[in-house]
Design a protein around this ligand. Structure first.
Ligand SMILES: Nc1ncnc2c1ncn2[C@@H]1O[C@H](COP(=O)(O)OP(=O)(O)OP(=O)(O)O)[C@@H](O)[C@H]1O
Ligand SMILES: [Mg+2]
Length: 324
């Protein structure tokens, strides 16, 4: 996702990274997908381009990296290109990088080079049309693994060139099982009800579940009570932080933190606004009513169906202009 994580959890200390599977056999759930992909890994010669779709935190990027690692083995360096399609530099950057990558050195010891293109559904349809050409032009040398949350936003000519795999949310048993494995390795105490309530908060998003368990572990044993308080705690303090950053005029930083909360930690837009609203009250800002009216305006726009990411960004920008 390309966003920095909060100041209290550096990327290396994060359990989601520490326990990211290295081989497809370690991935939990997604049984059918893993079955088909394991066959591909054994004999990758005819591997088609792949498309992974599905909701957040269920193993799409991880699976792409696992099969790449298993197919390319020791030759991964120079034969894997990872790109993020929503990068602001757009399709021109993708074309340049792919051209350089596919043109550089021949294929020795690997069946093909692999390009992982994350967030492909964030590309405009013009950019996707350009991407389709790029895929065709490099087909002899490269296989693409496209990743998209929403496959319906991918143009048909690309869809029809890929074998599509739809990832599902992770089941209760699989999430709890994975949390137990991690808890054992981290030597933390857990009880069943605590794990069950982590699952309830996660709604099948394993990344969210692991992050919540890590945040909770700093409070003590994983129980229903500690999970509830850390779920509430992390949320509200992080939202307070977004408000503080916005009021200090740092729009970009405030927006990144807001997007991180919603996309990485799975906070819903309406929860974000609710916490944001109470953060404003707590702040006792001199222009309280002005800020509350701004929030109400964007709340309404989102309610009637405007794009929430765009609206929330505009809201932060407007709040950043409020003078003390
Ligand atoms: N199926 C899974 N098996 C094991 N670990 C998983 C699985 N899904 C997610 N995780 C854990 O969550 C982290 C994030 O997973 P991943 O990056 O693969 O999610 P994603 O589906 O690509 O999400 P997004 O759509 O937000 O990019 C991993 O590092 C891993 O720790
Ligand atoms: Mg991903």
């Amino acid at each position: 996702m390309g966003l920095g994580f909060g100041t209290d959890m550096s990327a290396t200390g994060m359990w989601v990274e520490k326990y990211r599977p290295k081989k497809v056999s370690e991935i939990v759930g997604q049984t059918e997908i893993i079955g088909s992909l394991s066959a591909l890994i054994k004999d990758p010669t005819d591997m088609p381009h792949l498309m992974f779709s599905g909701s957040a935190g269920v193993g799409k990027t991880t699976t792409a990296l696992c099969i790449t690692r298993q197919i390319l083995g020791d030759n991964i360096e120079g034969n894997l290109l990872e790109l993020n399609a929503s990068d602001e530099r757009g399709i021109g950057m993708v074309r340049e990088k792919v051209k350089k990558f596919s043109g550089f050195a021949g294929l020795s010891d690997v069946p093909f080079k692999i390009i992982i293109l994350d967030e492909a559904d964030e590309m405009t349809s013009d950019a996707q049309t350009a991407l389709r050409r790029i895929i065709e032009d490099t087909a002899k040398i490269c296989r693409f693994i496209l990743i998209a949350n929403n496959v319906s936003k991918i143009i048909d000519p690309i869809q029809s060139r890929c074998a599509t795999f739809k990832f599902t949310t992770v089941s209760e048993d699989d999430i709890i099982g994975r949390l137990e494995v991690i808890a054992k390795k981290e030597k933390i105490k857990v009880n069943k009800k605590g794990l069950k309530s982590i699952f309830d908060y996660s709604q099948g998003d394993l990344r969210h579940a692991i992050n919540l368990m890590q945040a909770t572990a700093s409070l003590g044993e994983i129980s229903e009570e500690t999970v509830a308080s850390s779920a509430g705690l992390t949320k509200t303090t992080d939202v307070d932080e977004v408000l503080k950053i916005a009021l200090s005029g740092k729009i970009v930083e405030a927006r990144e933190k807001m997007i991180e909360l919603i996309k990485v930690y799975g906070m819903s837009v309406s929860d974000f606004l609710k916490y944001f609203n109470s953060a404003v009250f707590k702040s006792q800002h001199k222009k309280l009513s002005e800020i509350l009216e701004i929030i109400a305006k964007y709340d309404y726009r989102i309610l009637v169906g405007a794009n929430s990411e765009i609206q929330l960004s505009a809201m932060l920008a407007e709040i950043a202009k409020v003078e003390e």
